[in-house]
Write a protein that binds this ligand. Sequence first.
Ligand code: AHR
Length: 339
Amino acid sequence: MLNRRNFLTAAVGVAAAGGLAACAKEDESSSTSSDGGSGGSGGKKLTLGFSQVGSESGWRSANTDSVKSAAKEAGYTLKFSDAQQKQENQISAIRSFIAQKVDVIAFSPVVVTGWDAVLKEAKAKKIPVVLTDRSVDTSDPSLFVTLVGSDFTDEGRRAAKILEKVLEKAGHKGPVKIAQLEGTTGAAPAIERAKGFKEVMDADHKDDWKIVVSQTGDFTRAGGKQVMAAFLQSNPDIDVLFAHNDDMGIGAIQAIEAAGKKPGKDILIVTVDGVKDGFVAMSEGKINAIVECNPLLGPQLMEVVQKVKDGETVERWIKTKESDFMQDQAKEALPTRKY
Ligand code: AHR
């Protein structure tokens, strides 16, 4: 995985990368920017190959829309491929982009490991790679230029900190039995959110908080519902659910209600993302707090892609700005949510 400290401090000269310059569902869109621009400094339209994880969540749909509309706005030719949550599809898509000689490849890696071979192929063909949303674990940092995305470890820490407020507000005293619904196994947000949450737990709640069950729900509603139903069978006395995204939290709410319990009251719920459906559930009192993870990365990504193509220096990690929301803010915030 990425060394986050390096990320914070390093900035890379990408002159070399600039000079460096699918078997999943692939589509191509080509357009002219609103100012009639060419989408590139040299008159030729920039071609971007983008491999998306899939369409597992509301967050992902908002991210896909953001990437597509920002590419259109920038006047780039976008070759978009949906990997349907399969690493082999992403690897095929990246190979296809290399064969098509795109200017830049961007992708959101479904899992952190297993990318070196294909990234070396891109490097050999002098095609720069930009990561977006999720990181990779590589021994060779020259295989990608930058990451545009969130600090997932910090999101995990923020989830634990906001849970302190939720417990206080609910007047909960004594030990806290926590169920954790993890994201896709091996994915950066699943690994890092769990890590950040545990960090705070180990530092400040060693004696009172305990994760009694933890399992992946693959970032989907169906997964969240199914796994939560099993959690409730094995641990009927769960106090808190920490779900790595809203969709799994919403699926879990259905399982909690089916078990005759009240989500947000009998079981306190903290999720990550902040999609509209999450805010609806929170305004209904069923989610207690949400840690925001912003999916609207398209405009920032297009800016970076242009810089990389032009051989400009970019930060090694371009972080997203995010907020946290308690239940009493939900009704007011809901109408202005953009995704
Ligand atoms: O990588 C971001 C995560 O992926 C989002 O939190 C989740 O909803 C999505 O599927």
